[in-house]
Design a protein around this ligand. Sequence first.
Ligand code: DP6
Length: 343
Amino acid sequence: MNKAATDHLATAQAHANIALIKYWGKRRGNSDALNLPAVGSLSITLDALTTTTSVQFDDQLATDEACINNRRLQARELQRISNSLDLVRKRARQQGLTQIADRHARVVSDNNFPTAAGLASSASAFAALVTAAAAAAGLQLTDRALSVLARMGSGSAARSIYGGYVLMPRGQHDDGSDAVAQPLHDATHWPLRVLIAITDSGYKKVSSTLGMQQTMLTSPYFAAWVAAQEADLQQAAAAIAQRDFDRLAELAEHSCLKMHATALAAQPGVLYWNPASIACMQLIRDLRAQGHAVFFTNDAGPQIKAVCLPEAEATVSAALQTVTGVQSVLHSGLGGEARLLPA
Ligand code: DP6
């Protein structure tokens, strides 16, 4: 019997990811708890940004407990984590692991990057959580099954189960069985570099979940955003397969700006940028016009990610550091899949 099976403890590590073709909006399926995306998405997994999470099912606990970056969560902050743990407990019950089904869990999770606005901490967090929880429960799940569990915690987390270039299809089924991430290429296919300009290290004010909800309910552009997504995904997948940087740059900036335009048109408008975010985007466009292979992308927060070829990295990094309001620049390559760490 392995150690995880004896003490119901396991530790996993997952990497953050950023979408080049964005997920924004949800579709109704059999239940909101399935957290089904309204659109497919395509991401790259970042090796330098990791979440490490331990889960232990313990019959001495009266409730689930979680400590994130050394801060003990309050009961009201635990709901999303407990929901993911409930899914694992349910599977354990189905597989006859009845002692796990009735146990609460202790979760200890740390990010090696600031849990800052738009740094995708929910993606690496839920990917690491379900990987660790499934192993701690003694379940042997496929990556596909883990991706489904991760998606129910946070849509972008479904992609962090895999490394390199990852496609998350929208799926057609109401039970979510085909809304599962798929690896397209590993990181070695095209080792792009990613620089992250931190322009505000505070917590995000409007979560992706809320921003999406407001966009879906009130943005007049939401239907157009959904209608164009499949073509964007196919073209981006082709550009990546061919390592066509200029084409990928066009498609990724378009997807990012289109997502934000759709959110900006909500009522009230959902605005994630600050002046430094805009200055970084303009600078990155100027650098590309001068011949440097770089493009930007940005999520539900003010940080700007510059995706570049390795030969452009030093120039892009130096330029970003001159922008007023940029506090620091993180560097990353493309990373691997979520994995269990040895006990
Ligand atoms: C802008 O995965 O955080 O980063 O499913 O509600 O948890 P929930 O949303 P989340 O949304 C990510 C949105 C995005 C784009 C992306 O990562 O594709």
